[in-house]
Design a binder for this molecule. Structure first.
Ligand SMILES: [Ca+2]
Length: 175
């Protein structure tokens, strides 16, 4: 009996050690499997423990500023020589939109070399549209406006300045 117990102790412990090693091997394999199934963007520094990769510091992006309005003096539909003192409506300057947006021109300024000659009333110029600013009196529409002034523009040479409501120059035309 004693001999049998001693025999068992002596010959069974290698079996337990083998089982323990087998169990360790199985655990290790499980860990490798877990690693291979880790989601993209993660790495495993210990089996079954995931740690996110350090994220790059986001670069601050500048807030895009809207493009300035593209409205220009169109010399093809201006008449700086027209009009008379009796009827100055025949003298006019024409502004054409090259913008894809409708532009609110309320408070915009028209100047010559002397200074401010006209301030736009509540007015929106549609994309691609044009508006003609006449001298004299008339009924304002979406296509025609009237300065209420007499002749402004020199017949031979002058400068038309178109400025937005903040007095930023939008276009200048010399003739
Ligand atoms: Ca004139």
């Amino acid at each position: 009996m004693r001999k049998t117990r001693a025999y068992r102790r002596r010959h069974l412990w290698p079996l337990f050690v083998s089982l323990a090693l087998l169990a360790l091997a199985l655990l290790s394999t499980a860990g490798l499997l877990a690693e291979s199934e880790a989601p993209a963007g993660y790495w495993l520094y210990l089996p079954l423990v995931a740690k996110p990769l350090p994220t790059a510091t986001p670069t601050p992006t500048a807030t895009p500023t809207p493009a300035p309005p593209d409205i220009r003096v169109d010399p093809a539909c201006c008449n700086f020589q027209g009009g008379t003192r009796q009827d100055p409506t025949g003298e006019y300057v024409c502004f054409r939109s090259h913008d894809s947006r409708s532009i609110d021109m309320t408070g915009w300024l028209v100047k010559d070399r002397v200074g401010i000659r006209y301030t736009f009333p509540a007015f929106v110029l549609q994309a691609g549209a044009k508006v003609t600013l006449h001298g004299g009196q008339g009924h304002n529409t979406v296509a025609d406006l009237y300065t209420g002034l007499n002749l402004i523009w020199n017949n031979d040479h002058d400068t038309v300045y178109l400025c937005d409501a903040s007095d930023h120059e939008v276009d200048t035309y010399n003739y």
